[in-house]
Design a binder for this molecule. Sequence first.
Ligand SMILES: Nc1nc2c(ncn2[C@@H]2O[C@H](COP(=O)(O)OP(=O)(O)OP(=O)(O)O)[C@@H](O)[C@H]2O)c(=O)[nH]1
Ligand SMILES: [Mg+2]
Length: 1030
Amino acid sequence: MADSEPRKIRNICILAHVDHGKTTLADHLIASSGGGLLHPKLAGRLRFMDYLDEEQRRAITMKSSSIALRFNDHSINLIDSPGHMDFCSEVSTAARLSDGALVLVDAVEGVHIQTHAVLRQAWIEKVSPCLVLNKIDRLITELKLTPMEAYTRLLRIVREVNGIMSAYKSEKYLSEVDSILASRPSSGEVGEESGVEFVEDDEEDTFQPQKGNVVFACALDGWGFSVHDFAEFYASKLGASAAALRKALWGPWYYDATSKMIVGKKGMGGGSKARPMFVQLVLKELWQVYQAVETDGKKGLLEKVIKLFNLNVPPRELQNKDPKVVLQAVMSRWLPLSNAILSMVVKCMPDPITAQAFRISRLLPKREVLNNGVDSNALAEAELVRKSVEACDSRPEAPCVVFVSKMFAVPVKMLPQRGPNGEVLNNFADEGEDGASGECFLAFARIFSGVLKAGQRIFVLSALYDPLKGESMQKHIQAVELQSLYLMMGQGLKFVPAAHAGNVVAIKGLSHHILKSATLSSTKNCWPFSSMVFQVAPTLRVAIEPSDPADMVALMKGLKLLNRADPFVEVTVSARGEHVLAAAGEVHLERCIKDLKDRFARVSLEVSPPLVSYKETIEGEVSNTLENLKSLTGSSDYVEKTTPNGRCVVRVQVMKLPPSLTKVLDESSDLLGDIIGDKAGHANRSLETQISNVAEDENPVESLKKRIMDAVESDILSGNENDKEHAEKCKRKWLKLLKRIWSLGPHLIGPNIVFTPDPEGMSTDGFILIHGASHISEKLGFADDSGPCATADRPSSEVTQALYFEGERLESSVVSGFQLASAAGPLCDEPMWGLAFIVEAYISPLTAHSDESEISHQHSEQYGIFTGQVMTTVKDACRAAVLQKKPRLVEAMYFGELNTPTEYLGPMYAVLARRRARVLKEEMQEGSPLFTVHAYVPVSESFGFADELRRWTSGAASALLVLSHWEALPEDPFFVPKTEEEIEEFGDGSSVLHNTARKLIDNVRRRKGLPVEEKVVQHATKQRTLARKV
Ligand SMILES: Nc1nc2c(ncn2[C@@H]2O[C@H](COP(=O)(O)OP(=O)(O)OP(=O)(O)O)[C@@H](O)[C@H]2O)c(=O)[nH]1
Ligand SMILES: [Mg+2]
C-alpha cells in the first residue's frame, strides 16, 4: 500500500469542534475500506481510532492518529484529530501531514469556536477543505424541523462557514479576541489595503454543495450524500440532464412538474407553496424514511422509498423490532456514508503531487539568499531539493525529504513481531532506556520527496538549521540510521520495507534524536520545513513530586519520556527546585498525570494545585500624575532604614508607573535585554522580527524610546484633558525623570524602574549620597550631555574622597537590592509590577577612634560584609516602602468567549459571578439560538471553570479562554473594618474570607512556606462554633 502511485494517494484529516462526530465518521470509513478491521455492525459505536483507555473512558479523542484505507484503486491515509481545546496542538500535527481536510459541523450546534480554529489551521497549512454537515438526523428527531426549516438552517451554516473562509482569504480576518487584545488600533493604511482585497476575493464560496464538496451526513446511522448522488438518480428518473440537476439541487431552484422544467422563484408564480428542489427531492425523502420507521402505521412509506430507490434490504433486517436497526438497514444501503465521503475525497481533494506544488510556499518558503560568500554548490542543491519537494518526486534517486510532526509512544509489545517474510524482528534493540520502560517512540511522519527505506542513513535537521552556514550548524544536524518503517492502522502497525513520496508512515529509531518535530533529509543541503503554528501555549502549571522521595529518579525519567511522547507538554525545573509540568488545560493535564503514573514513571505522585503567578504593585491614582511625581521627588514621604553597622542610611520612595509605560516595558523585555546587554549587532537583527510595526530602517532603540515617550504622554493627556499647563508641567518632570533611569527590575529588564536620586538633595552631616548612574537612560537615548555632573561638587578632603570612591563601589549593591526587592514583593514574594523607586543611600565615614592598622583591617573585612548589608537594607527599604503605600495584588486575566443557548444564560451568569468574572459584552448570534458572552476571568478562578459551566448548563454552554493581561485587584489585602458601618458590612475582621486579595496572598504564602498570619487563637469563639457544627 505504501508504494501506490502518488496520483492515487489522498492524505486527509478530519477536523471539527469537539463532539461533532469525527471519530464516529472515521469508524464508517474504516468499516467499509479498512480491509476488515472493523465490522460494519460496530461502526459508529466502537470508536476505533480512540484506542487509548482514557479516550474511551471520557469519550473524547486526545491525539491524532492515522489509518491507511483503500477505496477503489486509491490509497487514503486518514488522520482523525481531537476537537477539544486542550489538544489543539494535535490538530496542527495532523494538518501538517495532510493535503485535504474534512471539516465537520454538527447541523444542530452549528459553527463553534473550534470550527473557526480548525478552519484557520487548515487555511494556514494550505490544506484543501471539504465540508461535512453531520448529525442531520437531529434536525428530524430532536428539533423536529420540517424539511424547509432544515434547509434554511443548513443554508445558513454553509453561508457562515463560507464567510469564515472568505475572511481568511481576504486576510481581513481579525478574530474578536485579537481585536480586543490588540494594543494598537490598526492603522488606516492596513484597513484600506485589505478593503481592496476584500472586493477582489468576494468571487467564489469555498464550499458549494452543487460542486460536490459538501456532504450531508448522519455518522451515527451511517448515511450521507452529496447533491451529486441525487442528481445522478433524478437524471434518469426525471429525464433531465445530470449536469443541470447538479447545479439546481442546491439554492433557489424549483422543479415545475407540469412543464418538467427547472425554474427560478419567479417561474413558479406568486403565492405557490413551492419548495426548492433540495427540499422537495432530497430532504422530503429523508424525512419520510425517518417518520415511516418511527410510526408503525407508515411502513408503507418505507416500502415506497425502498422501491423508488431500488434498495436491496434483507427482509430479516426490515422486520427487526428495533426501529433504529430498521432505519440503519435502509439508510446505509440507500446512501452509504463512506461512499459519499470517499468519492468526495477522491474527487475534490488534491493528490500529493498537486498538493505539494500548492503547499510548498507554506512548507518550505523560498529563501532570499544574497549570493555573496555562500557556498554556491550547497545553495544549488538546496534549491534542487526544494524543487523535488514541490514536485513530490517519488523516484528512488530523488533526494529523500521527510517531515516528522510529532513523536508518539507505543508499548513495545504493540510493535509487529515479524517482518514481511515472517522473520522475527528484534524490537528491543537500540531503544535503550525506552526499551526498559516498555515504551517505544515512533515518529509520525510524511515523506515529501524520494523514497524512505528501513535502515537508511538520514540527517535530522532541527528548525534552526541552515545549510549555508556550514560548520556553525553542527548542533542542529545529526546523522541517524533509521530502524523500521510502519504503515499506521490506528493502533496497529504494519511493517513496510520502504515508502514513497506522498505517504504517511511511522518511523522507529529516531527517539533519541527528535524531541517534538523535525525535518529528515538524505542530504545536508536542505532547509528545514517551517515550524507549525499552535493555537495556544501550555499555561496550566503544576509542581510534581513523588510520594516517596526515593522515587525521584523514576519520576525524572518519566517526565523525560512524557516530554517526548506529548508534543505539547512542557517540563521545567523552577527556581525553587520543583519539577513543573505545563499543560494546555485541565483535561490535558489530567491525562499527562495519568500517563506519568501508569506508563512513564510508574510511581505514585503528588501534584500541587495549579501554580498561578501573581504580581505586586501599589494603589496609585493614575489620573493624578503630578501629585504622584511630587510625592516621589518631595523628600518627606520616604521609608528610612539603616544598615546594621550604622554606616549607611537608605531612604526609599515609591510611586506607581503609568500603566501604559508598564505595558511597554513589559512587552519589550527581549528588546530591552538586547539593548541593555550590549549585544548591539545581535539586537539589530532580532528586533525587526520582534516588533512588527518598526519600519525596516528605523533604529530599534529610537523606536523603543518613542514608545516610552508616547506611553508617558498618553497617560498625562488622559489624566489632564482640560489643564494644558498642568500637562506640560508633568511632561517636563517626566522628561527629567527619564534621564535618571538607573536600572530596571527584576532581572534587569522588568517593568519596574529605579531612578537615581535627585542630585540636589545633597549630602549632609558628613554623610554622602551614592549618586548612581543613569546607564539605562543613556542606552535608551534619554540622557543628554547637559545632565548633572556628579563629580563637580566633590569636596577634596582625603577622607571624603575615599568615601566617594567607596560610594561608587556600592552602587551595584544598591541596584542588586532593588533587583531582589522587585523580584519578590512584600505581600507574597511575587515580582513587583509597574513601580518606580528612588533610592537615596547615604554613607558615612568610619568613626576613627581605633588605631590606624586596626581600621584598615576592619575596613577591608567590613567592606566585604558592608556590600551585603547595603543590598539587604535597600531591599528591605524598597519592600517596606511598598507596604506603606497601599500594596495591591495583581493577577493574570483570561479573555473568555462563551456560547450558550438562551435558556442557560442564567446559570451561566451564576457560574461567571462565582468565578469573579467581569462581563464585557453579550450578544445574540445572528440566525442561531446561541448567545455569545465576552468576559474577563481571573486565571486563579479558571480551574474547573469549563466543568462547572458544563454541569450547570447541562453541557449546552461552551467556553474558550485565552490569556489576556495583568490586572490589579482593587481590594486592600490588609483591610480591617473599623467604622461601625464597615463592621456591619464586613464583620469584625475575624474572618479573612471576604477579602479575596488576602485569601490569594495567604495561599501563595502557604505554598511558598512563608509565615501566614492566621488568627487561630485570637478568635477562639469562632472556632468553637465550628467545632460544635462538626
Ligand atoms: N445524533 C447523532 N449523533 C452523532 C452523530 N455522529 C456522532 N454522534 C454522536 O456524537 C458523539 C460524539 O461523537 P465522536 O465521534 O466521539 O465525536 P468527535 O468529533 O470524534 O469528538 P472529539 O474527538 O472528542 O472531538 C457520540 O455520542 C456520537 O454517538 C450523528 O450523526 N447523529
Ligand atoms: Mg474523536
